[in-house]
Every structure is written in C-alpha cells, then in structure tokens.
Design a protein around this ligand. Structure first.
Ligand SMILES: N[C@@H](CCC(=O)N[C@@H](CS)C(=O)NCC(=O)O)C(=O)O
Length: 112
C-alpha cells in the first residue's frame, strides 16, 4: 500500500520506541484492504494531516499479547501516544474524534 505523506514507516513488529519523534502510532491489523476499522481510522489521520506511523500487528488474536499489554484488549486499531498512553474506542468513534480535531484530548497520562 502506498504511504500517504503523513504516514511514517514503522515497519511491523518493531519496538514501540522505533519512531520516537512521531507523536502518534497507529497499531493496526496487517490487511491491505482499504476498508474496515483500521483503514477507517488510518484514513481519518491522513485526512486530518496528522503525522503518524503504522505498527502492523499479528493477525491471530492469540498472538496479540503485546497489544493486550499496551491497551488492555486485543482489537485493532489502537492509537499509542508518545507518552505511552493509548486510545481505543469503536473505530467509528475514533475516526469522528480525529476528524473533529479532538485526538489530543484522548492523550492520557504516562502509564506507570
Ligand atoms: N467494532 C470494532 C471492530 C474492530 C475490529 O474488528 N478490528 C479488527 C481489525 S480491522 C480486528 O482487530 N480483528 C481481529 C479480531 O476480531 O480478533 C471497531 O469498529 O473498532
């Protein structure tokens, strides 16, 4: 899939500190389809011009221990902020938040 100008390449399964200068990491499934929950949120980030990188995770839910540790659940998409906090809601709600310019409000405190 061609990268949009706002998407930085994190490549899959690299440590989450791989792109420290990017404030937003999109943890998403590895499908290249341009529809579905992950694509919906990725598109919203692109349309809003938010700089982000993509971290593609394993397809099998059983292999999503890292995502579980990071976000407390096993579904994509998940947004990780540079302070280590994460944001996950229904993808339609995530996309609406991003499009409304309210993503920063979802940034939590640094997890301990
Ligand atoms: N209703 C949820 C669905 C999320 C969802 O199904 N995400 C997919 C990736 S696009 C996923 O994690 N599928 C793996 C699974 O269902 O275990 C949403 O819209 O956020």
């Amino acid at each position: 899939m061609a990268q949009s100008p706002s998407e930085k390449d994190c490549r899959s399964r690299l440590p989450s500190d791989y792109c420290p200068r990017v404030a937003v990491k999109l943890h998403r499934c590895s499908t290249t389809w341009r529809f579905g929950p992950c694509w919906r949120v990725q598109k919203a980030l692109e349309n809003r011009g938010i700089e982000f990188c993509v971290v593609k995770g394993p397809a099998r839910p059983a292999k999503r221990a890292d995502l579980q540790r990071l976000s407390g659940q096993r579904l994509y998409p998940v947004i990780e902020f540079e302070n280590g906090s994460t944001y996950r809601e229904e993808s339609k709600d995530m996309a609406a938040t991003i499009r409304a310019g309210n993503l920063d409000e979802k940034r939590g405190t640094t997890p301990t």
